[in-house]
Design a protein around this ligand. Sequence first.
Ligand SMILES: [Zn+2]
Length: 457
Amino acid sequence: MRLGSLWVSAAASVALGAAARAGVTVTTGFNALGANFTFTSVPVPADNDAATAARFTLVDGVGDRNGGGLDVLHDGRVPSGQDQPTKNFFFQAGTAGGRMQVDLGRVIEVKRIGSYSWHAGDRAPQVYTLYAAAGRAEGFKPEPMRGVDPIACGWELVARVDTRPKGGGGQHGVALAAERGVIGAYRYLLFDISQTESRDPFGNTFYSEIDVIDANGPAATSGVVATRLIQTRFEAENGKYRFTIDATDAPDLADWAEKELKPVVQTWYPKLVALLSGDGYQAPAEIALRFRSDMGGTPASAAGAGVNLNAVWFRGELEREALGAVVHEMVHVVQSYGRAVRANPNAVTAPGWVVEGIADYVRWFLYEPQTHGAEISKRNFDKARYDASYRISANFLEWVARRYDRDLVRKLNTAAREGRYDEALWQTWTGKRVQELGDDWRQEQARRLGGAKRSVP
Ligand SMILES: [Zn+2]
């Protein structure tokens, strides 16, 4: 396929880097949950470009042992998921990136350079400075370590790239091209790659593919099938929160998403943030929801600020559980427990029943109380243990909150998010141990249900 035909629109996202060689444009593309590396103005990765046979070398820095090594950067292939270390190259955790040299073998007229990355979080955006050289200058150093200015030893600055303003977790694509003609005649490229953040050891980008297009080479081909994106984007609270719903994988659900799902997301996400924070905590601001057809038996899941929606399950639940399930997953996005745990080595991971109990409490008691979806009945009384998770734990949380502390769920969530969940907190908040509370709650359910069995110790 000819690459030219894949350019859908070049207008949207051309952004000049902070500095670039005169006449080089830096075009960035971003898809929050990934869409086959298809961007509105960056071509899909090529598999027959000049980088395919080039030699990639680390000049400075160490590749992460869990990564795929430098070869995956020019094999024309891209990961199929957002967390596939072996399909990406990335510098070692806890290091500040490094320098990578690409030797094209001979001087070619470089028409375009592309870089592609994918991750759910901080390892998605790209931050690098690119230099290039023909290698013929006097005193040329092919492998300048950090601390050596490449410009002082025969290299030219091509561009500085920083895709962070475009978004966080998701697929990032960058295309460097000349305004007219070619970028230049070069044999060597030098990527000086930075981490995207240094708050934790996980700021090194998952690079998936590097392309170098020879102006005199064959038309670019790609094993990546360009996708026509079906997305709706909208905001809440004057742009404070931004959303994408991607129905590329389920065009038949696009209409429902626009009419039914969008208003719920727009109204409820800010509500969930208000409900569960109020302590200066910044919940994710860029949220992506994506219908997928590869989720097996999982109805929906949350990863970072992304929510995956199982298209098959949703088709059968549009009139029933679909919207509530999305509210549940959006609670997980607000919870962002993983982020806090990564930032704090002493963090305690909250038990699953707390995580899911809070999500289902919000869903069944605040979003859709009229459905009575989390009631304890004779049918499920046998399973009524406070830590039975999901809607049963939700019922327990509601009972404790009603009796002891209206603010309990928010406090519980804050403790879990900050990595300081501790059973002793129940005693602090209610004067009782969580097991005692669980017994009291269960006994009351038994009394209410009349003929049901007595509480078991
Ligand atoms: Zn859940």
